[in-house]
Design a protein around this ligand. Structure first.
Ligand code: BES
Ligand code: ZN
Length: 463
């Protein structure tokens, strides 16, 4: 590390320049017209892997966007890390709310703003640079590494399960490391040990067989936009509980010990509400905000549309209305089961005046990872050295569907080593990565790889 740390310090400007290149590629996985950018971005990541000294670098086709793989396996007797991240990003709309263009990374104050800066290209790049510093200065790595960077995380990792099942040997490792989550607060590093799962649904409500004049027909048929709003409104009761039949049946209750540990974390509802610009918070009664976001299942309407939304007024009674509805899940709910419950419930409550169609777009399972593994211990030591503070343990409300599959298919536990921040604007305008977290993240990743062998059983202590 005496050689690695000064190299990181000396190359900060170049790191930022390269990161800006990575962030300039609009790798939006959900939009067809960016398919070319997805390939370009995969190529950029592959070139970067070669530059930092990775071997066997390949762009691997899937049914969707390609995966990028590279490895370095010359540290026999030391653990093998499977590092997973994603190069795809979420759409950027509404574009007019960005202070600077989403694909022109811009530094303002202590942050670098761009789509993907925190989620997840910036965090993937942190590991690239930690590896590079090691390879350039030491000529080898303290561990064996396999890098797997996918292009479909933001659309539910729909082709990754199959890939992992079909490439068990290629992905064989001792543990998984992912940097795709956040720290508890600025200056407060944390280890995340749980993610929520997801069932993502789309519903379509059809009324009359065509759009109608709202004067001639208003009063004679049920407006599908109105019907859909009524349906969505009924999905929560007055206590903020989700009304989908059976929704809570499989939910593993929070333990007393965990509720106590959440309560010990510094958190203010008032500050949180203020920061989000709401007068009051909302959610399931009987649970604290952190409990609701981290450890309780929820239902959100992500978008709703139908009828006329263009300029000015048009008097129309629309034929159709749509909504995208997702449910965040906790152990022991399963995404397929919850999707079924939702479909059954939605059909049951639909009025006879309209037809409804329900389809599942994608899903993923909730994950709980052990906090006493050698990987987590190494991460704790690395965070303490990288950020000068002992990390705390936290859960997160977001989802990384492959975590559970790495356990189920490869038998591997994951270390979630996040360098984002709660206010980083992931999935919204003005996404950023804090520069202290970026450089602290590079140092921490280097420390992590350096520390891991000594925490691994059978491993030996390194200087
Ligand atoms: N980086 C997030 C996951 C995340 C969010 C972890 C917040 C911790 C805190 C990831 O890229 C993401 O957004 N995943 C999607 C997955 C979904 C499309 C299956 C999500 O959570 O919406
Ligand atoms: Zn992400």
């Amino acid at each position: 590390m005496e050689k690695v740390l000064p190299y990181i310090e000396a190359n900060k400007e170049r790191y930022l320049k390269e990161l800006k290149e990575f962030l300039a590629i609009p790798s939006i996985s959900s939009q067809k017209d960016h398919d070319g950018d997805m390939m370009k971005c995969a190529q950029w990541a592959a070139d970067q892997m070669r530059t930092i000294g990775m071997e066997s670098v390949q762009i691997l086709p899937t049914g969707g966007h390609p995966l990028v793989y590279g490895n370095w396996l010359h540290s026999p007797g030391d653990p093998t890390v499977l590092f997973y991240g994603h190069y795809d990003v979420q759409p950027v709309d509404p574009l007019n709310l960005w202070t600077s263009p989403p694909f022109e990374a811009t530094i303002r104050g202590e942050n670098l703003y761009a789509r993907g800066s925190a989620d997840d290209k910036g965090q993937v790049f942190i590991h690239f640079k930690a590896i590079e510093a090691y390879m350039k200065q030491v000529g080898s790595l303290p561990v064996n590494i396999k890098l797997l960077i996918e292009g479909e995380e933001e659309v539910g990792s729909v082709n990754l399960d199959r890939f992992v099942k079909e490439h068990k040997e290629m992905l064989k490792a001792d543990l998984v490391v992912i940097s795709d989550s956040g720290m508890y607060a600025k200056g407060v590093p944390s280890i995340c040990y749980s993610l929520r799962g997801l069932s993502y649904m789309e519903v379509e409500v059809t009324g009359p067989n065509r759009d109608l004049h709202s004067g001639s027909f208003g009063g004679s048929v049920h407006n599908p936009v109105q019907a859909l709003c009524e349906l969505i409104a009924s999905l929560h009761d007055k206590n903020g509980k989700v009304t989908v039949n059976g929704f809570y049946d499989a939910v593993r209750p929070l333990t007393k010990a965990e509720r106590v540990s959440f309560k010990k974390l510094p958190f203010s509802d008032k500050k949180y509400a203020k920061e989000l610009g709401v007068k009051q918070l909302y959610g399931e009664k009987g649970f604290t905000t952190l409990e609701r976001v981290w450890a309780r299942p929820t239902l959100e309407c992500n978008g709703i549309w139908g009828g006329y939304t263009g300029e000015g007024a048009k008097t129309v009674l629309p034929a159709k209305a749509f909504a995208k509805i997702s449910m965040r899940l906790v152990p022991d709910q399963t995404s397929a089961e919850v999707a079924k419950l939702f479909e059954k419930h939605f059909r049951k409550i639909a009025p006879k005046t309209v037809d409804v169609k329900v389809r599942m777009l994608h899903g993923g399972e909730a994950a709980i990872t052990p906090i006493d593994s050698p990987g987590v211990k190494a991460a704790v030591a690395a965070l303490e050295k990288g950020f000068g503070k002992k990390p705390l343990y936290q859960r997160e409300g977001g989802s990384i569907p492959i975590v559970v599959q790495f356990k189920n298919i490869l038998g591997l536990d994951t270390v979630l080593l996040g360098f984002g921040l709660p206010d980083e604007n992931a999935h919204s305008p003005d996404e950023f990565i804090n520069l202290d977290n970026f450089f602290g993240g590079i140092r921490t990743s280097a420390y992590f790889y350096n520390e891991l062998p000594s925490f691994w059983k059978g491993g030996h202590k390194r200087k």
